[in-house]
Design a protein around this ligand. Sequence first.
Ligand code: SAM
Ligand code: SF4
Length: 335
Amino acid sequence: MNHQKMEAPLIDPFGRAVTYLRISVTDRCDFRCQYCMAENMTFLPKKDLLSFEELAKISSSFVGLGTRKIRISGGEPLVRKNIMTLFEQLGHFVANGQLDELTLTTNGSQLKKYAHKLYEHHVRRINVSLDTLDAQKFATITRWGRLGPVLEGIQAAKDVGLKIKINTVAMKGFNDQEIPELIRWAHGEGHDISLIETMPMGDVAPDRVDQYQSLTELLSQLRNDWTITSSGHKTGGPAVYYDVAETGGRLGLITPMSHNFCESCNRVRLTCTGILYMCLGQEDCYNLRDAYRNGQDMNLAIREAITLKPKGHDFVIDRELGGISIDRHMSVTGG
Ligand code: SAM
Ligand code: SF4
């Protein structure tokens, strides 16, 4: 029996229930995707990271306050040493019904090694980022990555029974022409696929202004060849879903730049050093690590943090700003 005291749910100043926690467990990565990181990144000192015990304790407070879903992200979450320890601890919340879902966003490079363990720790669905099926282009966009191990990792995840969603950042002049092939491949493998617009986060090498591909535009191009209809599917997240009749699969579009999805936002993001960001596209944050280490009441600290949640983001990809709207890299908050 669960003896935890019933707490009132977390409701932000705009009446939105906060039920989804995303945790970036490391800012490090074995890739250097051009839109995400600069080639020479300075990472946080390892001593500043929250331990798995601290992450699990803070997560437990969120669960007590009504969080139903936790996503582990990064940087690349599967490169943090002994990361399965955290999955094991958080997996218990799924096993005892306190969480609906424990999930992961990964670049797939380590999936072959970990797919089985993830399933064992109650993960059932994962997101894998993949921007191209061309090995040469893959090496170019990820700078340090190799396509082969990622495809093997995706296959291993499928083999153990994990449901997979492919996330693809659509980039003009890079993979816009390849998108139909990626969709056909993903649907043929039984995976969902979501396309993402480049977001103006962090100072990275290529010029985002030229790279930005509007998904509204891309959708109308896809409609020249395919019958694409609105899907009733909803996850409470930013993606709008469509069904593609010809492939029999589901296509998500995440359009932060051309369509504002903040009205239904249910999430907050914890960094690996314990800073809680209330919005991907704003600076509002709260230091939960200090609160935890100073022995503060975590429920009160989290409630205070949630009062800072802004109404929404106002991303702009502006040439004068060099394509940067938020200084933070995506790897700090995990997307
Ligand atoms: N390393 C893991 C991965 O690549 O899936 C997890 C972290 S990564 C920061 C999470 C997601 O953010 C990935 O799907 C990646 O493509 C996306 N991403 C990173 N930088 C982005 C940007 N500037 N605009 C849009 N998406 C971005
Ligand atoms: Fe690493 Fe993911 Fe960023 Fe690529 S998108 S550099 S895999 S954190």
